[in-house]
Ligand binder design. Structure first.
Ligand code: DUC
Ligand code: ZN
Ligand code: ZN
Length: 478
């Protein structure tokens, strides 16, 4: 047997299905053996007594994405992927966003230029379709899907991004025909605009009114409409960043009807509430402005329940990094802008995995196997990267996290590696953090960031199995 590059000894391996103890043999960046008493490798790592999980697949992150409103994302493909690796994530899927009036191909080319030779870990792209012209739908989108951009996001809110119902139907129909996965940002744009206008007219413009302007019913209505449109077209969809009970009820209703409606949630809906946006009119709450907004403790519990009972497939960060200080982030419109002028999004690419392992697995809310499914395996399947990514299996990339558990870890922004000047989780006490992250067999985190810029590779995605329609094509004239 050819000598192994690395052997991880006595790992307590966790997959989405099993937990077992073995050595992990790695050669040329892949897992080549899972056995006991493997021969000595060129490098040996002792994992006795430690859980070893697949590296995280963070399938919803925003890195160096143009915003168009004067704000600039704080993380590019270097700082964002270093931060990811230090938090146990080994694959990221950010968004190449079409500008209205621009071709989708131009957005993809621009985004590859932005990536350059920066990434430390592997990455794929989702597309964002904002202008579904006949040319985009009939020519560009099918060609891009065939080239490995097999998922795209549709927004139901934000003037610069949103599609109307007819446009959504046309776009869903292409996804069905081409076998792509559609992600939907489900909030009712007109309801938000109507409420925002009234709040601002009444002088209620502090960050906390962001949550008032986007109550759960706007998410419920849009979630229901997205499900209805997808049912009409007969295509699977995934509802992103689900925040609470109202949307969860719609999703479970659809799932109970046998519709392929998948859902994603994020740490902010487990660990933040609307009160994180402030209890007074201070601007500090802008740090936690994101959409949909975080809700309240009862809704946090609904999200925990959904993670436990299978309502959610994916737990992503929705890392959308804007600095608090300076004039290109949360304050791009001045020192004290109105809530609707504040860039939407919070950082979380590095804290996602440890938050869920510490507060989910170690507190007995979810099993280790569910953790793996939610943070890695399901996202790899959902977006066509499985089995290369998302599992500990022979032939898979050696993307692994060896966990440190039982010692207190207090989250501070200083310990993180993103380029944002705050974390919403400052001061939180956890009981786990990745000790070592390996990406294609290379140590990229062992208490220090180790990955070199440019080692991350672009991953063309397969057409995802979960995006396949249930019905036979001849049943609908689509
Ligand atoms: N939607 C996202 O997916 N991310 C950040 C902001 C938003 O509205
Ligand atoms: Zn969104
Ligand atoms: Zn997002």
């Amino acid at each position: 047997m050819q000598i192994l590059d690395t052997v991880i000894r006595n790992a307590r391996v966790v997959t989405a299905a099993d937990i077992f103890t073995c050595d992990i043999g790695i050669r040329d960046g892949q897992i080549v053996s899972l056995a006991t008493d493997l021969p000595t490798g060129l490098k040996e790592i002792d994992a006795a007594g430690r859980h070893v999980t697949p590296g995280g697949v963070d399938s919803h992150v925003h890195l160096d994405q143009p915003t168009g409103d004067g704000s600039v994302m704080a993380d590019d493909f270097y700082s964002g992927t270093v931060s990811a690796a230090c938090g146990g994530t080994t694959t990221v899927i950010p968004f190449a966003s079409q500008q209205k009036g621009e071709s989708l191909r131009a957005a993809v080319e621009d985004y590859h230029r932005r990536v350059g030779d920066k990434p430390v870990i592997d990455y794929a792209f989702h597309l964002i379709v904002t202008d579904p012209t006949p040319d985009v739908l009939q020519r560009e989108l099918p060609a891009l899907i065939a080239e490995g951009y097999t998922s795209f996001k549709i927004y139901m809110t934000y003037d610069a991004l949103k599609l109307g119902d007819r446009e959504i139907l046309e776009t869903l129909s292409v996804a069905r025909r081409e076998g792509a996965m559609v992600m939907l940002h489900a909030e009712n744009s007109d309801c938000i605009a109507w409420l925002t206008e009234r709040l601002l007219a009444a002088g209620l413009d502090a960050p906390r009114y962001h949550a008032t302007s986007r109550p759960m019913l706007v998410e419920r209505e849009a979630t229901h409409r997205a499900i209805a449109l997808a049912e009409l077209v007969d295509v699977p969809i995934l509802i992103v960043h689900v925040s609470g009970r109202d949307a969860v009820e719609q999703i479970r209703w659809a799932q109970s009807k046998g519709l392929k409606v998948y859902a994603e949630t994020c740490p902010q809906y487990l660990f933040l509430t609307a009160a994180s946006l402030g209890c007074d009119d201070s601007f500090e709450g802008a740090k936690c402005i994101c959409s949909p907004p975080p809700r309240d403790p009862a809704n946090q519990q609904v999200i925990w329940d959904g993670l436990e009972n299978g309502s959610f497939e994916v737990f992503s960060s929705d890392h959308a990094p804007f600095r608090y200080e300076g004039h290109d982030g949360k304050k791009a419109h001045g020192e004290s802008p109105t809530f609707e002028q504040v860039a939407n999004g919070i950082p979380g690419i590095e804290t996602r995995m440890a938050l869920l392992w510490s507060e989910g697995v170690r507190k007995g809310r979810i099993t280790p196997q569910s953790f793996v499914a939610l943070t890695s395996t399901n996202a790899a399947k959902m977006y066509g990267l499985y089995p290369r990514k998302g599992s500990v299996a022979i032939g898979a990339d050696a993307d692994l996290v060896i966990w440190n558990e039982g010692e207190p870890v207090r989250i501070t922004n200083e310990m993180l590696h993103h380029n944002v000047d705050y974390t919403p989780y400052e001061g939180m006490q956890l009981s786990a953090w990745p000790a070592i992250t390996l990406a294609r067999g290379e140590v990229v985190w062992d208490g220090e960031p180790r990955g070199a810029a440019g080692r991350g590779k672009f991953l063309p995605c397969q057409k995802p199995a979960p995006a396949q329609t249930r019905r036979r094509p001849h049943e609908l004239p689509l």
